[in-house]
Design a protein around this ligand. Structure first.
Ligand code: CS2
Length: 459
């Protein structure tokens, strides 16, 4: 392993390469430190195979309305594929020079119950990781690597979650401690006392790289097997709570280091991701391919503004110094960026894991406050239509979700069956949503997504 590795990143995908990796590279340029990154793909060799021939360097392409800016990123020094060689990954994570293990393994990668945030002890990968010291799951890697460090008398690494989960540090801490306790209670106590799991809010729109992106770069004389495309905007808010204070100088490169990240997370998850998912399901059903295309449709533009103003912002406490109406305006500009081709289908993925923190939290609070939420109810109904696997023209939808089979089965039985899915809808919420979501679902079926959206925003 290259000597200057300070960070192991689990789940090396487009998002981290266009966000965290760039911040870390800039922090090293600004203030030095051995913070180079060893990336890990848990399953697929695609990333390693694409990056290895180019020495793991890649290009990050900023796509603004006025054109593209290309930067070469060299901070990733090695990529391992966990499935091929779990031992090499654990050995890297146990190296004393590694002080941070960061993660972007997507919502489903934490093997937790999305409705409660607690470890799902029946998850097949968790059952495997309890029985076998060669892990499969991200929590399994964290626990087994921390166990090695403890046995070797090495300080724990900081676990830096960069996924879109509410209070993501606390969720990962809970999952890790629960799993560790089932393996060795002494280990769990050590992690609880010495480990650190700062919560973070991460934000940058990074659509999947398409073959035409690679071709466009090639035409400019830039060869790259897997570049990343991203919008100009970027934000990272991090709780400044690292083991022994060891971290890159993130504050020097625009990362906001704060005591409490919760208000930032709520704002971002509900205002950005909540509307992203709403636009993804309803936009897809209305035949829109990308988010930019969806908000260029005046009916959807009015709808998303209605969601922010009347349904989402009233339930939020703004982070210090933030004007939520201005934040909404900025989001609208970002969504409208025509250079970013972010497919509704991509965002629609894994809805069962996303809905609780993106939409259901707001709905719960609005119900308690007696505030109507017809738009968010319609978004939930849109998800229900979407996961049925058939669109408004009778064409099949390729539904990607860890619960896809279960969802399709329940969708065929109707709204109450889907609301009965306890991993997504707590019982009380399901009861409170029943009449509103059933009515919204009926409108979707009767008049189609675009018209149903128009009825809400009144445009
Ligand atoms: C999107 C996010 O795919 C999705 O679910 O909502 O990836 C979104 O683009 C990012 O969170 C923006 O920071």
């Amino acid at each position: 392993m290259p000597a200057e590795i300070g960070i192991v990143h689990l789940g090396l995908g487009a998002f981290f390469r266009a966000h965290g990796a760039i911040y870390v590279e800039e922090a090293m340029k600004a203030s030095g430190g051995d913070w180079s990154i060893l990336g890990v793909s848990l399953q697929s060799p695609t990333m390693r195979d694409a990056l290895a021939p180019q020495g793991f360097a890649y290009h990050a392409v900023e796509q603004g309305p006025a054109g593209e800016t290309v930067r070469r990123v060299e901070v990733v020094r090695q990529v391992l594929v966990a499935k091929e060689d779990p031992e090499a990954v654990l050995a890297a994570m146990a190296e004393p020079g590694v002080r941070i293990v960061s993660l972007t393994v997507t919502e489903k990668g934490y093997c937790h119950n999305p409705a409660t945030g607690a470890l799902n002890p029946d998850h097949p990968d968790i059952l495997h990781d309890l029985a076998d010291a060669r892990p499969r799951s991200a929590p399994g890697y964290l626990v087994h690597a921390l166990q090695r460090r403890r046995e070797a008398g090495v300080r724990p690494f900081t676990v830096l979650c960069c996924d879109n989960l509410p209070e993501n540090g606390r969720v990962v801490r809970g999952v890790v401690l629960d799993l560790a306790r089932r393996i060795d209670p002494g280990l769990a106590d050590w992690i609880a006392a010495e480990g650190r799991f700062p919560s973070t809010m991460v934000d940058r729109i990074v659509p999947a790289t398409k073959p035409e992106d690679i071709e466009r770069l090639r035409a400019r004389g830039i060869e790259d097997n897997l570049p990343v495309m991203h919008e100009p905007f970027s934000q990272w808010v991090v709780e400044d709570d690292f083991v022994d204070g060891a971290r890159p100088d993130l504050g020097a490169v625009g990362v906001q280091l704060v005591q409490d990240v919760t208000p930032f997370e709520h704002m971002k998850l509900r205002m950005l991701n909540g509307t992203h998912s709403s636009l993804a399901y309803l936009g897809y059903l209305a035949g829109h391919e990308t988010i930019a295309e969806t908000v260029a449709d005046p009916v959807f533009a009015a709808f998303v503004r209605h969601l922010w103003r009347d349904e989402i912002i009233p339930a939020l406490t703004p982070p210090p110094g933030v004007d939520l109406a201005a934040y909404a305006d900025q989001l609208f500009q970002r969504y409208s960026n025509p250079a970013i081709r972010h497919r509704t289908w991509q965002i629609a993925m894994d809805g069962s894991q996303k809905l609780p923190q993106r939409i259901l939290g707001t709905l719960t609070e609005n119900l308690a406050a007696g505030r109507p939420s017809p738009g968010l109810m319609l978004a939930v109904a849109g998800w229900m239509r979407y996961v049925s696997g058939t669109d408004e023209k009778g064409q099949p939808i390729e539904v990607k979700d860890p619960l896809a089979d279960e969802l399709r089965k329940r969708a065929a039985e109707g709204v109450p069956a889907l609301l009965g899915l306890r991993a997504v809808f707590p019982e009380e919420l399901a009861e409170a949503l029943a009449s509103g979501v059933t009515a919204a679902h009926a409108r979707l079926t009767d008049v189609g997504a675009r018209r149903a959206v128009e009825e809400i925003s009144g445009s």
